[in-house]
Structures are given as structure tokens and as C-alpha cells.
Design a protein around this ligand. Structure first.
Ligand code: GDP
Length: 358
């Protein structure tokens, strides 16, 4: 694969000086967008990291530059966008997500793939991330040149984090990563967000505990293309087998999927590696089938449409919230609505009219 052979740092690109690219980039002089793009396409992880940092930044000049970079990465003929597969992995804390991703990731690297791991976790903080923030996680994977691991952008709303992750996917694909794993904690709304950007949705569960006990909602089970009952080793093996049967039974009750794919349930052990190659094989089969029946492409187009709508909503709301006329009137309208003197509908209409009339 190109990533193994290409030099990681091209001539004229300074090597990374900090483990925390966020701190580093803040002080660094910005480059013109084409320089980032050239670096990203050439396999520079440093410039890829810096560009993702721009995506994550809230500063308007960073945002503008980030959008330029994304725009240049999107249609690039060298981009692996079409050839990549985006895998969403979810499961409650402790189920073994990072152990699993490391095991699966190492298997993928052996097959010659390049892997990027991104996370959606609005609760994470840069230094004390509940997901991927801990530097000791996925150590072997992180040490490989063909893998790129990025923690979740911190301190933002779910919508914000999800958008940033989606945009980061575009850059990772342009950089040549052909497999993208998007990791989430399956206890909030983040799994819906991951569904809006993944081709394949994998749910990790523990043996011997009902999904309610694991904080997993029925809706998530229904969304899954594959359920892996992890930790199927040692004393837990019989429990894991029983759980597999229970989930297989449960899945029968769900309506058939639009993708034409029948969700599978298997057991695995991320720790021993048992079952991991078989899961990868299933992902490849899923891809072949859904490419053949057209769902793969259709789903991506639907996702693009969803994100267009989302972005319109977000941008309109942001412009609305910034508008001075709206801001001047907002408090009074809010109060009137709360006091029952004005209907919410009329209050909204008044504010929107103020916004549109400017
Ligand atoms: P995460 O919070 O979902 O990312 O879970 P981790 O990957 O951090 O794993 C949580 C704990 O479970 C760690 O102590 C792992 O060593 C352990 N673990 C993960 N996978 C397995 C497995 O397949 N078998 C066993 N026995 N332990 C596992």
C-alpha cells in the first residue's frame, strides 16, 4: 500500500514537535489550503492531523481554511473515497471496543489495508477522554505507520462532533486510508450519528447481560448489521454462546433491512483474536452484496443528503443566533411566551420575520 512506502514527512514539511497537535497548531502559522492538500494526498500524517485540527477549531479563519481543504480533497481523482469502507463500531464502555479495534485493525494491516480510527464522543475531553483519549489504548495499532488514530473532538455538542468526524473522514480517505472505523459509546444518541456516516454498523455486546443492562437500546440492536458478542473466552464462553442464540432469535423479529443484508450474530474474543478474521470476512461480504444490489452507493447518497440538510439547519440556526435584531428581541419574546402572553408559534414567527427582513 502507498502508505507504507511513501515517506511520512515530505521535504519542506516540519516534523511533529508535540504529542498534542491541537496545542501545537494553535501557535503555528497557517498554510494555504493547497499545501495541506498536497501533504494529505502525499501521505503526511502531520498535515492530515493539522487539517483535522482546523476542522475541530471554532475560530472562523480556521473553519474557512478547513472548508477549503475539504473542498479540495473531495473530488480528487486519487482519492480513495469510493473504495473506502466506513465501519461504525458501538458498544457500552468496557465491552472491549478499543481491544476489538486493535485486534481487527492489526488483522487489516496484515492484509495490506490502511486504517483510520475516528471517534464520536461528545463527552470526551482532550486530556481525559472517556474514549480514545488515553494514549495507552490501541498501542500496537497507534505504533503502525499504516494506521491513523484520532481521538474525538472535545467539548462540543453531539451534532458538532458528528459533523467534524464526518469531515475528518473525507480527509482520511483522501490520504489513502481505505478503511475508516468510527467508534462510539452506544449509550446516547451518538449511534444514530454514526449510522449517518458508516456503511456498516457493528454492535459489540457482552455475554451474560441483557442489552438493557448494558445500556443498549432496542433501536441500536435494530440498526446493527452485525452483532459481535465479545469476551467469548474462558468461563464466559458458554454464556457468550447462549447470548449469540438469544440475539439471533431476537433479530428474526425485526423487519428485513433495506440493504437486503440479513444481520448476523457471532461470538468473538478481542483478547485472543478468536473470531476476528471471520468478522472481517463478513464485512467484506456485506460490501460485495450491497455494492452489487446498489445499496452501498444509494446509502452514501442518502447520507450526503442528510448532511446537506443538517448543515443547512445548523448554518441557519447559527446565523439566526448571531443576528443582532434577533438577539435584541429574543429575551422579551421568550419571556412573553413563558408567561403565556404570546404563543410559541407567533413568537417564533416574529423573530424569524425580524431575521429575514434584514
Ligand atoms: P472499551 O471501553 O469498550 O473500549 O473496552 P476496552 O477495550 O478498554 O476493554 C475493557 C476491558 O475488557 C479491558 O480490561 C480489556 O482487556 C478487556 N477485554 C476486552 N476484550 C476482551 C476479550 O475479548 N476477552 C476478555 N477476557 N477481556 C477483554
Amino acid at each position: 500500500m502507498p502508505k507504507r512506502t511513501k515517506p511520512q514527512v515530505r521535504s519542506g514539511v516540519s516534523p511533529p514537535g508535540s504529542l498534542n497537535p491541537r496545542l501545537h497548531a494553535r501557535r503555528r502559522k497557517l498554510r494555504p489550503a493547497p499545501e495541506y492538500v498536497e501533504g494529505i494526498l502525499g501521505g503526511s500524517r502531520v498535515l492530515l492531523s493539522q487539517a483535522i485540527t482546523l476542522i475541530e477549531s471554532t475560530r472562523p479563519e480556521h473553519q474557512q481554511l478547513a472548508q477549503e481543504i475539504i473542498g479540495l480533497c473531495l473530488p480528487h481523482p486519487d482519492s480513495n473515497r469510493k473504495r473506502s469502507i466506513r465501519i461504525g463500531i458501538t458498544g457500552s464502555p468496557g465491552v472491549g471496543k478499543s481491544t476489538f479495534i486493535e485486534a481487527l485493525g492489526l488483522h487489516l494491516l496484515e492484509e495490506g489495508h490502511c486504517l483510520a480510527v475516528l471517534a464520536i464522543d461528545p463527552s470526551s475531553k482532550v486530556s481525559k477522554g472517556s474514549i480514545l483519549g488515553d494514549k495507552t489504548r490501541m498501542e500496537k495499532l497507534a505504533g503502525s505507520e499504516a494506521a491513523f488514530i484520532r481521538p474525538s473532538p472535545a467539548g462540543d455538542s453531539l451534532g458538532g462532533v458528528a459533523r467534524k468526524t464526518r469531515e475528518s473522514i473525507i480527509l482520511c480517505e483522501a490520504a489513502g486510508y481505505d478503511t475508516i472505523i468510527i467508534e462510539t459509546v452506544g449509550v446516547g444518541q451518538s449511534e444514530t450519528a454514526v449510522h449517518s456516516m458508516a456503511d456498516f454498523f457493528l454492535l459489540l455486546l457482552l455475554p451474560g447481560a441483557g442489552d438493557e443492562l448494558q445500556g443498549i437500546k432496542r433501536g441500536i440492536v435494530e440498526m446493527a448489521d452485525f452483532i459481535a458478542v465479545n469476551k467469548a473466552d474462558g468461563e464466559r464462553l458458554p454464556l457468550a454462546k447462549r447470548a449469540r442464540q438469544e440475539y439471533r432469535n431476537a433479530l428474526h423479529l425485526f423487519p428485513p433491512k433495506e440493504s437486503g443484508w440479513t444481520p448476523k450474530v457471532e461470538i468473538c474474543s478481542a483478547e485472543t483474536g478468536t473470531g476476528i478474521p471471520e468478522i472481517w470476512q463478513q464485512i467484506k461480504t456485506y460490501r460485495e452484496k450491497t455494492e452489487e444490489n446498489g445499496y452501498f452507493e444509494r446509502h452514501r447518497r442518502e447520507q450526503a443528503y442528510y448532511w446537506l440538510q443538517e448543515s443547512i439547519n445548523q448554518q441557519l440556526l447559527a446565523a439566526f443566533a448571531r443576528d443582532t435584531a434577533v438577539r435584541e428581541r429574543l429575551k422579551a419574546v421568550e419571556q412573553a411566551v413563558l408567561d403565556g402572553k404570546l404563543s410559541p408559534f407567533l413568537g417564533a414567527e416574529e423573530l424569524v420575520r425580524l431575521f429575514l427582513d434584514r
